[in-house]
Structures are given as structure tokens and as C-alpha cells.
Write a protein that binds this ligand. Structure first.
Ligand SMILES: *[C@@H]1O[C@H](CO)[C@@H](O)[C@H](O)[C@H]1NC(C)=O
Ligand SMILES: *[C@@H]1O[C@H](CO)[C@@H](O)[C@H](O)[C@H]1NC(C)=O
Length: 411
């Protein structure tokens, strides 16, 4: 029975998944400065982990290891170090795609002393965004410790670099993130696409940790008018033919219009997808009401307090618990309730309808398909979800001399 349910969930995701797809690969430029024959500007795709140096440039010299060329093992084991000596250029470690996660390659490169990792694609194809693994992983701890930036490069550029290196030439390059976030001005607009689900393993944990750690900076930036922040929530709709199915009934509200996957991927226990949609909606409504009373930053308090006081594990992921948190923050509960509306009704919900429209990309942004996603100045942020890394990216969105003090002190 479990397998059958899993299969149906799979179908639902597949159908839903088809309505998305314009995922934008955020790129930045990589400039080879020597040797002469391969000098030029190339595209590379920024990995979704590590710390890209938004607003900056990193200069280095490329090393392609003699052994362990896919970097799936630690470099200490093969007796090599890429730490640059005093006065030497930082090492950009070139490795081949395949055999293990991108994140493991980056971690091994970092431990080996590399300043950045370049992963050469193994076939000729458009560049993709290298992401963190989805599944729970015993070694997941190292993910948060990756600080070096990473970039995927095309097979042909990888081949040219290897050829130059094997011919005894030194390959130097700049990795340039100055163009990665456009339109610097005196205010940065950013969005955080998130989820109130707290039972999805490392991805959910890193989301809530980020909100807790970033809250202080986010509130200062917002209160002083340096940023305009908007939280967002992804929902799916149930395909017409399945509206009356058990799956859609447990995962959706408003008659199949807004759905979220079951938190534990098991319909027989715990909370259902529809519980997640309702809590997400309440968070979105909380923001709307707080924003109308000119205190949008209270969202950060609500989300962190809710995560602490109303976790699924303690069976407190409920309306009553949420309402206590809303009251404690002095926000108009009646207005929030009105905005949430009746989840059983066969009608549109204005807030969720607007959220679904916003999922579809406009201009340079692309569709939002991974959670969590941070969008800064209408471009999807790539890199790890960590206070320092995100602050660096937001700070790169200010025009020079207009950046707030927090960018100069903590950035
Ligand atoms: C990651 O960093 C933390 C804090 O610096 C440290 O305690 C932990 O041991 C590191 N984990 C790994 C796998 O290196
Ligand atoms: C929040 O309030 C500001 C100022 O009143 C407004 O410009 C902005 O559109 C509001 N944001 C949302 C998502 O309603």
C-alpha cells in the first residue's frame, strides 16, 4: 500500500512539475588571462552552495590534479595540497564531473586548500546549476562548511585548459561576480521563497536556521528603509482529473487549487500537505497584514517564533498555536483570519493566487522551482543559505557609497 501511495504522489509531482520548467541558470563570467590561445571570457554556472563573491573578483591559477581527478576522495589521502604559498596565486582546482555529488567535490577541494573549484562538464550540453543533494545524508554537516565558490564550466573549456596545462603552460583566470546581481541602487528588493514545513530533513532545517540567523540583519535593513523584503510560498494545483482523489484531498485546500506535498511523504500519519499549505498561507497573510500596518519586519519574528513554539514533532503545528504567536506579536488576528479564509471553500484565495502567478518568472528571473530560493534584485541567488553569504549578496546590490553600515562592518 505504501508503495502505491508513493507512486501516486510521484504522478502528482510529475503532473505538477510539467507546469514549471523555465529554470534560469545564473551565470557569471570567467576570464582566462593566459595562455594567449585560450584567452577570453567564458560563461560558467554558479553552484548553489559555497560562497560566491558577489560584487567581487577572484584571481587564480588553475591546477588539474594528477590523480583523483573527479575529487571524490580527499586530497590529503593522495598527498597533495593546493594551499597557495605566501605571494602565490590562489589555486582554482579543475576537476571532472561525475561519480559523486558536486558538494563532495567542493568540500574535498576546499580541504585540500583550493580557493575555488571548477567542475568541467563531461559532455557537450547547456550549463546547469550544481545543487546540494536532496536526500538526508550522514555527512550533510560538511555542506554548511563549504565556503569556496564553485562553478561549472563547459566540456570544451575544460578540455582546452587541460591541454594547455599538459603542455606545461600556466593557466590564469579571474572569476568575476560583479555582473551577477544587476541594478545597484540605494534600495535592494529581495524575496525569500520558503515553506513552514519543519519535517523535511536538512533542507528544512537549514531554512529555519537561516531565518533565525538572518533575522537581526534583515530587520535592521528593513526598518531603516535599505531593503524591501517579500516572503513567498510555492503551491501546486491538483490536476483536474485528480481533484476528488484521496491524495489531492489530503494535500490541497480550496478544492484542489493550492497543494503542498505531504510533509512525511506518508498519508497515514502525521500532518498532511494541506496543513502545510494552510500554515504557509497564514505566514503569507501575516506578512500582508503586518506590511499594511508598516511593520513588514514582524514576519521574521513570526516565522522564528512559530518554528520554536509550534513544531510538527510536538504536534503543535496547529491553528491555535499559530494564533497565540500572532497575538503575542500584536498583529490583528481578525485580519489574518479573513485573509486565510475558508480552506474548504471552492473559491480562489487572493493571496495564494497571487503567489502562484509570482512563481512564473518574469524578465531575467526565471521560474522559482527550488525551495528555498532567494531572489535579490530580481535575480535568483546562488550560493549557500548563510547569513554572511547572503548579506554579501544583498550588499552587492547597493550602489557604491549608499550601502548601509552593516555591509561595511559585517560584510
Ligand atoms: C563544520 O564547522 C563547524 C563549525 O566551525 C565544526 O564544528 C564542524 O566540525 C565542521 N564540520 C566538518 C565536517 O568539518
Ligand atoms: C508592502 O508595503 C509597501 C508600502 O506600503 C508596498 O509598496 C508593498 O507593495 C507591500 N508589499 C506587499 C507584498 O504587499
Amino acid at each position: 500500500m505504501r508503495e502505491k501511495l508513493g507512486f501516486l504522489v510521484g504522478i502528482l509531482f510529475l503532473l505538477c512539475g510539467l507546469s514549471f520548467g523555465r529554470f534560469v541558470v545564473e551565470k557569471n563570467s570567467l576570464k582566462v588571462t593566459s595562455p594567449e590561445k585560450i584567452k577570453g571570457v567564458y560563461e560558467c554556472a554558479i553552484g548553489n552552495f559555497g560562497v560566491p563573491q558577489y560584487g567581487g573578483t577572484l584571481i587564480g591559477t588553475v591546477v588539474y590534479p594528477k590523480a583523483n581527478q573527479k575529487a571524490c576522495k580527499g586530497f590529503d589521502e593522495v598527498d597533495l595540497s593546493f594551499k597557495s604559498r605566501p605571494g602565490g596565486l590562489p589555486t582554482f582546482l579543475l576537476v571532472d564531473r561525475g561519480d559523486c555529488y558536486f558538494t563532495l567535490k567542493a568540500w574535498n577541494a576546499q580541504k585540500g586548500g583550493a580557493a575555488a573549484i571548477l567542475v568541467a562538464d563531461d559532455k557537450t550540453e547547456p550549463l546547469i546549476t550544481m545543487d546540494t543533494p536532496e536526500e538526508e545524508n550522514a555527512d550533510a554537516e560538511y555542506l554548511q562548511n563549504i565556503t569556496i565558490p564553485s562553478a561549472l564550466i563547459s566540456k570544451s573549456l575544460g578540455d582546452s585548459i587541460k591541454k594547455s596545462l599538459s603542455g606545461g603552460e600556466m593557466v590564469n583566470m579571474n572569476l568575476d561576480w560583479t555582473e551577477a546581481l544587476p541594478h545597484p541602487d540605494e534600495r535592494v528588493e529581495y524575496e525569500f521563497w520558503t515553506n513552514s514545513n519543519d519535517e523535511c530533513g536538512p533542507k528544512c532545517e537549514s531554512q529555519i536556521d537561516f531565518v533565525k540567523n538572518f533575522k537581526g540583519a534583515a530587520q535592521i535593513l528593513e526598518q531603516r528603509g535599505y531593503t524591501q523584503f517579500t516572503p513567498h510560498y510555492i503551491t501546486w494545483y491538483c490536476p483536474e482529473a485528480f481533484i476528488l482523489s484521496k491524495q489531492c484531498k489530503s494535500q490541497c485546500i480550496n478544492h484542489g487549487r493550492y497543494c503542498a506535498p505531504d510533509p512525511e511523504q506518508d498519508f497515514s500519519r502525521g500532518y498532511d500537505g494541506k496543513d502545510v499549505v494552510v500554515q504557509n498561507l497564514r505566514q503569507a497573510c501575516f506578512f500582508k497584514v503586518a506590511n499594511e500596518s508598516r511593520k513588514p519586519w514582524l514576519w521574521w519574528d513570526y516565522v522564528t517564533d512559530f518554528a520554536i513554539r509550534c513544531p510538527m514533532k510536538e504536534k503543535k503545528y496547529t491553528k491555535e498555536c499559530a494564533e497565540q504567536v500572532i497575538k503575542s506579536l500584536g498583529v490583528d488576528l481578525k485580519k489574518v483570519d479573513e485573509c486565510v479564509g475558508d480552506p474548504e471553500a471552492d473559491v480562489d484565495n487572493q493571496v495564494l493566487k497571487t503567489e502562484q502567478d509570482a512563481q512564473i518568472g518574469k524578465g531575467s528571473r526565471g521560474d522559482v522551482t527550488i525551495l528555498p530560493t532567494l531572489v535579490i534584485n530580481n535575480r535568483q541567488y546562488r550560493g549557500k543559505l548563510d547569513k554572511g553569504a547572503v548579506l554579501k549578496a544583498i550588499c552587492a546590490g547597493f550602489q557604491e557609497t549608499t550601502e548601509p553600515a552593516i555591509c561595511l562592518s559585517e560584510g
